[in-house]
Design a protein around this ligand. Sequence first.
Ligand SMILES: [Fe+2]
Length: 461
Amino acid sequence: MLPPQRLAHGAAPASVAAGASTLCSGSCGARSSREWTPRVGGPMGIAGLGLACGFSTRRSTCSRRTARGLKVVRNATESLDRSYLNFTGFPFPLGPVFARRTVRTQIGDGMWTFEQEQKLANIAVNVRMTAIKLEDGSLWVHNPVAPTEECNALLRELDLPVKYIVLGSAQYEHKIFVAPFARRWPDAKVYTVQQWSWPLDLPSAFYGIFATELKDGEDTPWSSEIDKQLLCPKDRLGLGYSASECAFFHRRSKTLICTDALVYVPEDPPAVLDKDELKGLGRTANNFILDLVAFVNWRGSGDVVRKAIAEESGGPSPSDAALLRKGWQRDALLSLYFGPDGGSIVEPSQAFRSIAGRWIVGPVCYSLVYGGKIREDVKEWSERLCEWDVQQILPGHFAGPVGGNPDDIRRAFEVLGENVEATEPPDFALPWPFPQPVRYPAEDLKLLTDIRGALRALNVI
Ligand SMILES: [Fe+2]
């Protein structure tokens, strides 16, 4: 595998910068400008209503040689438009509403990731598209992201034809870009998981594309290079939602490519996230979220929060590094639990440590999707994934690719086992340094547990 080569508009974090080539606009002094550029495009219909129009952000870019002297990727100036208007989502619009930055990283021989930011109520995570060069010289593109001008330019730079566009999950944040992306690459053939239009199961032609459904037991044109295992639960969730996901195994790199089934929370924030916004989230004083936690006395933490706010207000200002670290930890906990314990929001390091740096099933996915009536289907699917000779895992969010093998997969999905309580330690576990079982702190999972209980009572999950 090659070391990662990152094309980004900004500095990469330390964990990535080692061995990375960076395409930047911020550190090289190139000019930036903003202008109004009306454009119309984007998906149609309920599952992906959106327009690509409006206020564009144009950046001049250049390339540079890294401290390690890796090759210069490009030395050119180009205007790249990041605008993409999306105001859909429930209960909040899935932001950013107006523009999205794209970071391209070469993760191996003929393998690239394209990451953009997605926001829900100002909590940000990265969302990832993967492009793999097939033996015939074409590109297999998994989970397309918003086809901004910048994203398309970064993809065109590879100078490889996009032959297949593949949607691996019916989750909203991944499917909404399939139709607009496919229209930008009209020669590509589109493959999707079952029922990607929900709650109305509309045909893909309604969205202006003609997609082929991925099915178990049916070969795909790329199956000699990329295998697949389909999660297609027998029972549907609320309003007939299929909760389907297709995992892929890239044989040459021994990479498991999944979407939402697994996450690996990294120590440092993904490069595409806005570091200034994370630093703002890392502040305790003058922080809207902390003020809100104190105001509603979230799980009785009002006094603790007010005390922490007073201490920071009266003390020395935290360093940028400390703010970024705390902001990223708060961001990760809020995105993974929605409403972690108030004490974990104020001081997130311990709760962050309990889930970071290992492969886990995301708490939201566990609580609101997998942990109900489709539990056995998911567990059986996870066992099928373990039949592959997996050496690294590339999910749709957070870090990736990161080393991982079938033992890591089994350990992550063990929370779905029969009679397993995901907040309680197992009866027996080998002591550290043996790998420890995955468990979620009960106080942080409480909100999701309550929601899960309500959804179970309503027979939604
Ligand atoms: Fe997702």
